[in-house]
Design a protein around this ligand. Structure first.
Ligand code: ASP
Ligand code: MG
Length: 441
């Protein structure tokens, strides 16, 4: 059995949904198809939630109306028969009635999660209606019946597996299953989600849960590229990545894959393929455990919006336990650190989540003098055994010689060098590294 996940742009237009249909019937393998919301929908739902949180009901109502109109146009183009169109009308009515009821009740975070769930519910139901219209046998598999997170918002993989196995056992003869990405139930049994971009994570969790042959992530680009194609002109798709390399790239800026989606696949050794709905014959990128043996720099990624903290303290000199005290503060505020470098009297580290920056800084000040820098970027250079390769570090430093480097992290793993620079230099730094590290004829 395989998993096929289609992102927002792949289902975002009626004709694209038809392409998705072609792709899922192209072979006979049993498959679970995971769909995102139509592109733009989750953003619109976030906007509705924000308007309600601010008490701006009229603004929320307008946004709901605009979204409803979008869906009304969408189904008219998607479906042709009277029967399926009237099904679509029912679906749209049900979900927009729900949104309109929310306008009348008092808003809270649990309701906001319900609002956010509407996108994936709508896309899967409309797609399922299309399959029915075309008489393609398929089973509708509500994600809220099996996908769940615990009190720390972590997916409950073994429970997901048990529930999915039980549900799938009811349909031994069926080969196409349609489900929602992103949405889940939390430990209070309320509707929740796996955070923005979480449909990839859903697909990989499902893949791990059913021990799939492959998790296919279908997007609008032909795989992960060796550099950011939005910034650098000459980039190319990478044919093969190891799970570790892909995790670094996904985390440090390659927007194509949700970074959390690597671990379930890696844990259960399920290959992940990044494929292009618009060019299905393109090879894309294959991510497997077997990629560990390859050598050389594979890719560069850049991540913006980084904040650096420097903690200076003479008490650190010859002391032990200092790092623990620093890390405990970050643990307390559930804030993860990306890069870290130390000297005998100072530690520098970086964050991308600054929700608790104030509290963290206040507590760190008890340990030493704290400096905070904003608007930085991490440039991450990824490839197995990068460290063992002669000359790679020289090439990296040579390519970046015109930029002041704020931090360098080298040796943390065998497949990554990370460099912190001022955000304003990021684009040029990516271009220089492209010239310095890759040969393009
Ligand atoms: N629809 C959700 C989002 O836009 C989940 C996803 O597409 O992966 O974040
Ligand atoms: Mg995505």
């Amino acid at each position: 059995m395989k998993i096929m996940k289609f992102g927002g742009t792949s289902v975002g237009r009626p004709e694209r949904m038809h392409q998705v249909k072609d792709l899922i019937i192209a072979d006979d393998e049993k498959k679970i198809v995971v769909l995102s919301a139509l592109s733009g929908t989750t953003n619109a739902l976030v906007g509705i939630g924000e308007a309600l949180a601010e008490g701006k009901k009229d603004k929320a109502r307008q946004k709901i109306e605009a979204l409803q109109e979008h869906y009304t146009n969408f189904y008219m183009e998607l479906l042709t028969t009277k029967a399926s169109r009237s099904k679509a009308v029912q679906i749209i009515k049900e979900h927009f009635e729900f949104l309109n009821i929310i306008l009348k009740i008092s808003f809270n975070e649990a309701i906001n999660k319900d609002i956010l769930a509407q996108g994936e519910l709508l896309s899967t139901k409309l797609f399922y209606t299309l399959l029915q219209e075309l008489e393609i046998p398929a089973v509708f598999l509500p994600a809220l019946e099996f996908m769940s997170i615990d009190e720390n918002d972590e997916p409950e993989l073994s429970r997901i597996r048990e529930r999915l196995e039980a549900i799938m056992a009811r349909y031994p003869e069926d080969s196409i299953f349609i489900t929602q990405g992103y949405i889940c139930k939390n430990h209070r049994n309320e509707v929740d989600n796996l955070k923005r971009g979480g449909s990839d994570y859903s697909a990989s969790l499902i893949g791990a849960a059913v021990s799939a042959s492959v998790v296919e992530i279908w997007t609008d680009i032909d795989g992960m590229h060796n550099n950011d194609p939005r910034i650098v002109e000459q980039t190319r798709p990478i044919a093969h990545l190891s799970f570790d390399e892909a995790a670094e790239l996904a985390y440090f800026g390659a927007k194509i894959l949700h970074p959390a989606s690597i671990w379930p696949a890696q844990l259960h050794n399920v290959p992940v393929k990044l494929l292009n709905t618009m060019a299905p014959e393109a090879a894309g990128t294959t991510i497997t455990g077997a990629g560990e043996g390859t050598v050389g720099v594979k890719a560069i990624a850049g991540k913006d919006g980084i904040t650096a903290l420097k903690i200076k303290s003479s008490r650190m000199l010859l002391a032990y336990g200092f790092l623990r005290k620093v890390f405990e503060i970050f643990e307390k505020y559930r804030t993860s650190i990306d890069m870290i470098t130390t000297s005998e009297v100072a530690i520098s580290l970086t964050l991308d989540d600054v929700t608790h920056l104030k509290e963290i800084t206040a507590e760190l000040q008890k340990l030493g003098k704290v400096e905070v820098d904003h608007h930085l970027s991490i440039i991450c250079i990824v490839g197995n055994t990068i460290m063992e390769e002669p000359g790679v570090l020289n090439k990296i430093m040579g390519s970046l010689e015109q930029f002041p480097l704020r931090m360098v992290s080298y040796g943390g793993s065998r497949h990554n060098v990370s460099i912190l620079i001022d955000g304003k230099h990021k684009e040029l730094a990516l271009k220089r590294l492209n010239q310095g590290l890759f040969d393009f004829e």
